[in-house]
Every structure is written in structure tokens, then in C-alpha cells.
Design a binder for this molecule. Structure first.
Ligand SMILES: Nc1ncnc2c1ncn2[C@@H]1O[C@H](COP(=O)(O)OP(=O)(O)O)[C@@H](O)[C@H]1O
Ligand SMILES: [Mg+2]
Length: 247
């Protein structure tokens, strides 16, 4: 039977669960899935992507309007950041551009995240920058589940293969995204990659061209769900369930 949200959110003695989204390639859906998952799981989005294309800006946060950077303060002073409350979207611990050069070593990043989850008493969904830097390794080391979106095209599958070959002992959940009648060779390649390391797969997420044109920053999964969004939201519900039930 599927774990309830409350059971899952309680976490373990180590604290509430931490989820990360990661991929060795950009543009495959990390930030989109992080925002929707956090909303559906009642978790806080921690944005570890310093680029303007990350979650903070898409959630309506503009760092240039703020003097302080909560993640910098948290890393430097050991202070747990206060999330910005979202209405019809997840709460957010936002990123800032200098984060790229201010990354603590991965072990410290892991310690910080675990402390934030414990002190906030909330699950976290950490959205990462493409590829593996200290922040990303710190996040995936803290994570109980690492959601790995992959598009079924050659470049993404190459990146996925490199990533899973490197991270064989991590709790990965490979989730095909932007799926639109993929050719047989791509389906074969994906199943070979996941089968080789016995990696569980999340639901198939269809290509939804309207997502790219969205300008509002509320969660796609927030009620009332638009009719055209129902198929996508159903796949995000399944993804959230796969994250809750991940062993
Ligand atoms: N299922 C989908 N269908 C269509 N477009 C998508 C889908 N998922 C993500 N996108 C779009 O793809 C682009 C990259 O997604 P994003 O989540 O920012 O990727 P990443 O964080 O991995 O770089 C964005 O324009 C996003 O709106
Ligand atoms: Mg992103």
C-alpha cells in the first residue's frame, strides 16, 4: 500500500525526508519537477541553481530586490533559512548568482540540508544545477530519493548513462520527460540503462508544449487544475507517490 503523505513527511530519526532533482544535462525538467513535487509533497524547494533559469525566478523571486541571500547567510552563519511562503505554490529557499563561487564542500552542504530539514520540521526538495558540483553532490548525498528527469533523445540519454554509471549506489528514480512517441532505439536504450543498474523508473511524463509558454508562476498542480494540465498533473501525482514509496 502506498505511504501517506503524513507518514512520509515524518521521516526518520535523521529528520524529515530530503529529495533532490538532478541530471548531468540541463533542460530535461529538474526545476519543473522540483517545483511540482515540492508543492504536492508539502515540501520546501531549496534552489541550488545559481542561473537565472532556475526555480527561484520561475517562482517569482527576484534576488536583485533583496540585499541578503538566505543561502549565503545559512552557509556562513549556520543559520537555518526561513522559507518564503508560496500561495498556490511551494515555499522557497531562493538562490542567488554568486552561489556558484560560494559552494561549501559537499559534506558541509549535506550537513546544512539535514539541519534545515530538522529545524524547519519539513521535507525539502532540492533543485540542482546541471552536472555534479559540490552543491549537487551535497544534495544527492543528503537525499532519500534523487529524481532524474531524462528526455528520450541521444544527448540526454548519453548524459543519463554517464550519470547512472557514476552514481550506481545512489537512490535514483529515473523519470522520462517530454515523451512524445519516442523511437524504438530510444526506448531500448533507456530500458538498457535502467536495467543494467536496476534503477527504478518514475512515471512517463508527456511532452506538454503549453508548459513552455506558461507565464504565471503558481504550481501547475495547484487546484483548480486547468483541463489541459490534467494529464501532466496525473503524472506528477504518480511521481510524488513513487517518491513517497521509494525504498
Ligand atoms: N513535460 C514537459 N513538457 C513540455 N515542456 C516541459 C516539460 N517539462 C519541462 N518542460 C520545459 O522544458 C524547459 C526546461 O525545463 P526545466 O524544468 O527548467 O529543466 P532543468 O531544470 O532540468 O534545466 C522549460 O521551458 C520547461 O517549461
Ligand atoms: Mg533548472
Amino acid at each position: 500500500m502506498s505511504k501517506t503523505l503524513i507518514e512520509w513527511a515524518q521521516g526518520t530519526d535523521a529528520g524529515p525526508p530530503i529529495v533532490a532533482t538532478a541530471a548531468w544535462k540541463g533542460g530535461d525538467g529538474k526545476s519543473t519537477m522540483a517545483r511540482e513535487l515540492a508543492y504536492l509533497l508539502g515540501a520546501v524547494v531549496v534552489d541550488f541553481d545559481w542561473d537565472a533559469g532556475g526555480s527561484s525566478r520561475s517562482m517569482g523571486y527576484r534576488h536583485e530586490h533583496f540585499v541578503r541571500a538566505p543561502i549565503r547567510d545559512a552557509f556562513v552563519k549556520g543559520r537555518t533559512p526561513t522559507p518564503i511562503s508560496g500561495r498556490r505554490k511551494a515555499d522557497l529557499i531562493p538562490s542567488y548568482p554568486d552561489l556558484v563561487s560560494e559552494q561549501p564542500p559537499r559534506d558541509e552542504v549535506t550537513d546544512h540540508l539535514e539541519r534545515w530539514a530538522r529545524e524547519l520540521g519539513r521535507p525539502l526538495v532540492v533543485d540542482t544545477h546541471p552536472g555534479g558540483g559540490e552543491l549537487t553532490y551535497g544534495a544527492i548525498n543528503a537525499a532519500r530519493t534523487v529524481v532524474v528527469p531524462s528526455v528520450m533523445v541521444k544527448e540526454s540519454l548519453n548524459a543519463l548513462e554517464g550519470m547512472v554509471d557514476e552514481l550506481t549506489d545512489y537512490p535514483l528514480l529515473v523519470t522520462p520527460n517530454k515523451v512524445d512517441s519516442p523511437p524504438a532505439w530510444a526506448r531500448r536504450r533507456l530500458s538498457e540503462i535502467v536495467r543494467r543498474h536496476e534503477i527504478p523508473m518514475g512515471p512517463l511524463v508527456h511532452d506538454e508544449p503549453w508548459i513552455r509558454k506558461r507565464t504565471i508562476n503558481i504550481a501547475i498542480s495547484s487546484e483548480p487544475v486547468a483541463k489541459r494540465a490534467m494529464r501532466f498533473v496525473a503524472s506528477m501525482d504518480k511521481l510524488a507517490e513513487a517518491v513517497r514509496d521509494y525504498e
